[in-house]
Design a protein around this ligand. Structure first.
Ligand code: BDR
Ligand code: CA
Length: 324
């Protein structure tokens, strides 16, 4: 069983990823931590409460950071144009949801849960990396107690989605991402290089809804705004399932090709939030900001049809995919 803490900013594709983690029989969600991002923190937290209530998810929810780790960053980098003003495709989520929140702030919840399960927890971060960076700052030793960190973020051999250089989750808090990538733990980065190749068509989603339980109708309803965004703004015949792709990596790493090497994040300037890897197998440089940092893994290739099938099998049938 994979024990997971899911750090998220729901978010349409976050919602699908949450349902995937909940429905997959080999995954145990120990907690969901919220962060500002696609919409402000109060809304991402309210959305997590709403999704837990609607889908009967009992894992604790802990509210996290509402601003970047570097307090001098003040510009609003929310992505409501992609996810709707409410973060869930403008489906009319009630303003207040009566669902409990853990009393601890997210970074404290992460620290205590990791310490209670040494070597067993995978942190999956699919929003800005602020909560994880705060946890590391408060208790650096947790880096040695976490099994793995899987991140949806970054753009390595492809352009960004917020600027030509930067992907949204990194652009939203570049300093936090750099803290996370340079810490001495095992990080696997599932970025736009592979998530923009993992496109779920509107028909595929509709077919899943037809064959699945009622929980999928809500997923479909909240996804329509996001599908329209990708159709009109990116010319895609479907939606990029960024966050679910990162979650699939947990159970099916064999569907991804990795490249190892230290990763740094550009801070400031026109390439603010760009992610750059110094591949272990590439040209050797001396005296650069990559020196001495741990080698992390970046996904460079994905078997996207198989990833979609892994998502479908969990969402529709509550089982691992067979023969992909
Ligand atoms: C990432 O940014 C957010 O808008 C999505 O939820 C995803 O985590 C994609 O760049
Ligand atoms: Ca997200």
């Amino acid at each position: 069983m994979h024990k997971v803490i899911f750090d998220t900013d729901p978010g349409v594709d976050d919602a699908m990823a949450l349902l995937f983690l909940h429905r997959h029989p080999e995954i145990d969600i120990l907690g969901v931590t919220t962060v500002f991002g696609n919409v402000p923190l109060d809304l991402t937290t309210r959305n997590a409460q709403f999704l837990h209530r609607e889908w009967g998810i009992s894992a604790p929810i802990s509210k996290g950071a509402d601003k970047t780790i570097d307090p001098s960053r003040t510009d609003d980098r929310a992505a409501s144009v992609v996810h709707g003003a409410d973060g869930l495709g403008n489906i009319g989520v009630p303003q207040l949801i009566d669902w409990p929140l853990d009393s601890r702030p997210a970074h404290q919840f992460i620290i205590e849960t990791v310490r209670a399960n040494p070597g067993e927890i995978t942190l999956i971060a699919v929003g800005r990396m602020t909560n994880l960076a705060l946890a590391l700052r408060a208790d650096p030793e947790i880096a040695h107690l976490v099994k793995e960190v899987i991140v949806m973020g970054g753009a390595f051999d492809v352009g960004g989605n917020v600027t030509p250089a930067a992907e949204a989750n990194i652009y939203g808090d570049p300093e936090a991402a750099d803290i996370l990538f340079t810490a001495p733990w095992k990080v696997t980065i599932v970025g736009l290089d592979v998530t923009m190749k993992t496109i779920m068509s509107a028909d595929y989603l509709a077919h899943m809804v037809k064959s699945g339980e009622s929980s999928l109708q809500l997923l479909s309803d909240l996804s329509q705004y996001y599908i329209d965004f990708y159709r009109s703004r990116a010319g895609l015949a479907g939606m990029a399932v960024h966050d679910s792709t990162a979650c699939v990596y947990l159970v099916r790493p064999d569907l991804f090709t990795l490249r190892t090497g230290p990763v740094r994040v550009v801070s400031g300037g026109i390439a603010d939030g760009a992610t750059i890897q110094a591949p272990d197998s590439g040209r050797k440089f001396i005296g650069t900001p990559w020196d001495g940092h741990p080698s992390q893994s970046v996904c460079t290739f994905v078997q996207s049809d198989a990833v979609l099938e892994v998502i479908r099998a969990a969402l529709v049938e509550g089982r691992p995919a067979i023969a992909v």
